[in-house]
Design a protein around this ligand. Sequence first.
Ligand code: SF4
Length: 359
Amino acid sequence: MDKTLLSTLRFRLAGWYRANRRALPWRRTSDPYAIWVSEVMLQQTKVETVIPYYQRFMARFPSVLDLAAADLQSVLKLWEGLGYYARARNLHRAAGQVAATHRGVLPGDHGALLNLPGIGPYIAAAVMSIAFGRPYAVVDGNVKRVLSRLFMVDAPVNRHDAYAVFERKAKTLLDPEDPGLFNQAVMELGALVCHPRQPRCVTCPVAAHCRARQAGRVEAYPRRIRKPPVPTRAAAAGVVLKDGRILIVQIPPDGLLGGLWEFPGGRVDAGESAEAACIRHIQKKTGLSVAAAERLGRIRHAYTHFKVVADLFRFEWRSGDVRLDGPVDHRWIRPDALTQYPLPKTHHKFMPLLSGLLA
Ligand code: SF4
């Protein structure tokens, strides 16, 4: 890339960022741990959603050592509603490793960061550049969109092998003098100006150099490959009652919602009724025999890769003691204690259906 153009783009982006950046809580700190936490939370999640979670998390776990000493359940409870719970589990595990092998200080070393659970190329580059001022270029959705339009990159942004194409562009453009500020400038431009639809090109600091704008083809970028429609799965869950208490079981640690708590249940097979599926899952997963179902209602929820339509039933415990496979736990709790446990979003949607039990 032409050197004069490169310096102009860097200069304009940095100047625009200094004047227009949002006052976000993680921008008021240079603590690598705080920056790491914010970047983990910001993956796949909107800034406005993250802010209160970040503030509560940092108030409760102000250092790596505080997080490392916490039990996973309290971390998951604070994360509840933010989704992608593997992030919380990995952050907790990584804090334990930093406490054990780096004396509680997040290492300013790219390779060492990449060795920690949950830290991939994006978070490593963000932490290295923003917290340690090292020249690593970040590539996230906002960066890809800006680069795609600025240079009319034809590689589809949602194809896995296109990452290397955008990384090369981002590395070329990166300002080695202030990589943290520069990375944030490009991401902020994508968030505030270069929107996915109807970008605000008239206010863009690099509009004069944007190839897609010059060609009148802004809406054609970024390019994407069409993905198959998201499937819908039928599921059923059961509130099992015994002596005024209800049963909750822990989700196995490695799954999508691992470590959270739920009512026993599972998928409904083709041709099977939701009630029969629920009884089948309860018997298989817990060993309990249940009777007299009442359908409490239905909820819908969309995850990234599938949608779920879930029916909720109420059952009376009939016989048996709970037997679970694997490293999971169960509790018979009073219905009003349910909110003390970290629960999946689907279970928050179940809450209005439980009003009779919670009264
Ligand atoms: S001119 Fe428009 S399309 Fe190009 S980078 Fe700026 S906001 Fe995005």
